[in-house]
Ligand binder design. Sequence first.
Ligand code: SF4
Ligand code: SF4
Length: 175
Amino acid sequence: MRVRVRGYYEHKEVPAEGKFYVPIACQQCEDAPCTTVCPTGATWQESDGIIVIDYDWCIGCRYCMAACPYGARHFNWGEPNLPAEDVNPNMHILGNKPRTRGVVEKCTFCIQRVREGRMPACHEACPVGARKFGNLLDPDSEIRYLLDHKRTFVLKAELETHPKFFYFWGTEGRS
Ligand code: SF4
Ligand code: SF4
């Protein structure tokens, strides 16, 4: 089934009839076109699969934004203005470090948390438990169970970016 996707609401109230809403973060593509176009080597895939950006190397050219088919990268137009006392001391240079104006940023699966064995903040905050996160290589993980027993899909599969961000719903059996 092909679905027409729009990145912005064209209606004032949600949910609107006939509309289906999904969050679209960085899809953590295995074959990520965003990383191959970067002229400074500022973005790459880590050995655990997370696509990262070194904000000190990023020159804000936005090539990666053009290359990303999911609209998952965003240019930072603002200076960081968080009061010093509100800055999270648990900072990761490739994660939640405050970004300066003029760089491109995106979701990093909360690298500063998951590298310490914690869950991404969205996973923790979701009031209905709609998000799952885990090690795809672990046969005993919940995420592996879901992929093996639920109907799942990835966005724009035909582009062969091989996302590691899956969407699933309750019916047993893979789609
Ligand atoms: S979703 Fe976009 S930014 Fe994220 S890895 Fe894929 S191509 Fe790169
Ligand atoms: S905006 Fe930054 S990360 Fe993206 S391609 Fe340019 S230098 Fe690389």
